[in-house]
Design a protein around this ligand. Structure first.
Ligand SMILES: *Cc1c(COP(=O)(O)O)cnc(C)c1O
Length: 434
């Protein structure tokens, strides 16, 4: 029982160390990634992983729930306070299942809903034809404007009035500008649609006060806990207590939106919640309530601006010519590199710069080898890097783009990156594996 991972499974132990080495020696720019604190890691590695606790606090199916009930209640109360939410469910396993639960709670199979097209920065679960959302429901996508590359709220309203969807999703995964939740809500009220705000990418920015909040407007808000919020891999659903559209859409007598959501999560879709993740969510929410987290969120945005400005100064084209949030999208087409996203991602890997290939709006190339790169600053900001480092990284990125086939130059950049990041350790004296 007490054997450590190093003795029982040297192979896995070694891979964990290699991954640790990889993140310490590179710059992590995938905008959905972050580095959690040691406290969050410890909660995830705790004995709560052993427990079964189907149900909700005080209403469980098994015994021995004294401490699980307490930790779930703490996580819920902290999330309520952090976001100003009326009701919170902390049990969803991850962002996609959280969204699935909302669809399951509010829509019938085949019902119409609107979401931002994936090629314009929406998420897979917002209506992609290969996802449950696009297969089991009728997805009506809205796009960004061809000229400004921005979401045009007049256009969203026009489509909503014509299509009369039962739900509209306000969200982003690869859109570098602000979302206007209040305007989305107005449209939803005008057409009697539920409003789902999926704030997975920007939850940390909202908590930190550097992006408008969907509260108190939106009916239902989902978010992952592991992106800018810097918690464990998982998600939460927040909602109003009352179902604004009950009389229009539901024949049952329950007007309680919170109960509808809770029963969609369990027993509708999930079995036992991951209590070790719930504990880690509680820890992450505590961290996010501290004043330092506001500074962190603020610095994420400042860093993204500094990086965007330097990239553009180096002649790199960005979608919408900049960013308001934590992420940016490089459009490779002006460099004659349309459809070369895969090659560029791999060249960046060789220089220890981790980012992801991504579609850009209205590209002709296939999504498997798209014309853009997506990058962002949440993880490097966690390491303590500031504007000077962003400028340096941006110069490295521009150099990689212009020399992506030149192995010697990529190797030289890799060495420079390793030297720079050495001053910003992520997990110094890591002892959890000993
Ligand atoms: C990341 C993300 C999700 C999905 O989260 P997973 O945990 O990967 O399932 C859902 N919606 C948005 C907007 C996201 O960015």
């Amino acid at each position: 029982m007490m054997t450590h991972i190093k003795e029982i499974d040297p192979e896995t132990h070694d891979l964990i160390l290699q991954e640790l080495n990889r993140i310490e020696n590179g710059v992590e720019l995938i905008p959905s990634e972050n580095f959690v604190s040691r406290a969050v890691l410890q909660a995830m590695g705790s004995v709560f992983t052993n427990k079964y606790s189907e149900g909700y606090p005080k209403r469980r199916y098994y015994g021995g729930q004294e401490f699980v009930d307490a930790i779930e209640k703490i996580a819920i109360d902290r999330a309520k306070k952090l976001f100003g939410a009326e009701h919170v469910n902390v049990q969803p396993y991850s962002g996609s299942p959280a969204n699935q639960a909302v669809f399951f709670a509010l829509l019938n199979l085949g019902d119409k809903f609107m979401g931002l097209d994936m090629s314009c920065g929406g998420h897979l679960t917002h209506g992609s034809p290969v996802n449950f959302s696009g297969i089991q429901y009728k997805a009506i996508p809205y796009a960004v404007d061809k000229d400004t590359e921005l979401i045009d709220m007049d256009e969203v309203r026009k489509i909503a009035l014509k299509e009369r969807p039962k739900m509209i999703i306000s969200s982003l995964t690869a859109y570098p500008r602000k979302l206007y939740f209040e305007e989305f809500q107005e449209i939803c009220e005008e057409v009697d649609a539920y409003h789902l705000s999926d704030i997975s990418h920007i939850a940390g920015l909202i908590v930190g006060g550097v992006h408008d909040s969907p509260f108190p407007f939106t009916d239902v808000v989902t978010t992952t806990s592991h992106k800018t919020l810097r918690g464990p891999r998982g998600a939460i659903i927040m909602c109003k207590k009352e179902d604004r559209l009950h009389d229009k859409y539901h024949s049952h007598t329950d007007k309680n939106l919170a109960r509808l959501i809770d029963s969609a999560v369990f027993p509708g879709l999930q079995g036992g919640p991951h209590d070790h993740t719930t504990a880690a969510k509680a820890v992450a929410f505590e961290e996010a309530m501290k004043p330092e987290f506001k500074d962190y969120a603020n610095q994420i945005v400042k860093n993204a601006k500094a990086m965007a400005d330097e990239l553009m100064a180096q002649g790199v084209k960005l979608v919408t010519d900049g960013t308001d949030n934590h992420l940016m999208l490089i459009d490779l087409r002006p460099k004659g590199l349309g459809g070369k996203g895969k090659q560029l991602q791999s060249a960046m890997d060789k220089a220890n710069i981790t980012l992801n290939k991504n579609s850009v709006p209205f590209q002709e190339a296939s999504p498997f080898n798209p014309s853009g790169l997506r990058l962002g600053t949440p993880a490097v900001t966690t390491r303590g890097m500031k504007e000077d480092e962003m400028k340096f990284i941006a110069q490295c990125i521009a150099k990689v783009i212009d020399n992506y086939k030149d192995k010697a130059i990529l190797e030289k950049i890799r060495k420079e990156i390793m030297e720079m990041v050495g001053a910003f350790p992520i997990y110094p004296d890591f002892t959890m594996l000993e």
